[in-house]
Design a protein. Structure first.
Length: 134
């Protein structure tokens, strides 16, 4: 996924599974959300401070592929990498694996929203931590 990849581990709990004993499809979105929150925190960006200042992040677009099922008690890793960015958005690739076996892959676009829910430029602090990727 590239040289600057954030890695986040999570375990599959019983509550994450469906009647077939596999991870319910919507829970992969929760796993990648947790990984993104951890990634932003790891960049040194305080999302609580951003929210207090009137800016939050939102997923504007997502394209996801479900490749293989995860099951109860699996240890998963979510890899997050920046694909592209502009002043108003950042495109990420996130992949969920189990012992290097790809289970789920998503490409998504994050945008910043102001206090009225309108798209706005990504905060300067966030862009600075991302560096210059195109």
């Amino acid at each position: 996924m590239g040289d600057s990849v954030h890695r986040f581990e999570c375990r599959v709990y019983y509550e994450d599974t469906d009647m077939a004993g596999i991870v319910y499809y919507a829970n992969y979105l929760k796993y990648i959300e947790r990984a993104r929150s951890d990634w932003v925190r790891g960049l040194g960006v305080d999302q609580n401070a951003l929210r207090a200042a009137g800016t939050v992040f939102a997923v504007a677009r997502i394209e996801a592929d479900y490749l293989r099922p995860a099951r109860f008690d699996d240890l998963l890793e979510v890899a997050t990498a920046v694909v592209a960015q502009s002043g108003a958005r950042v495109v990420l690739r996130q992949q969920v694996t189990r012992a290097d076996e790809a289970l789920f892959s998503a490409r998504l676009t994050l945008v910043a929203l102001d206090g009225q829910g309108r798209a706005t430029r990504l905060p300067a602090e966030f862009r600075r931590h991302l560096g210059n990727r195109r």
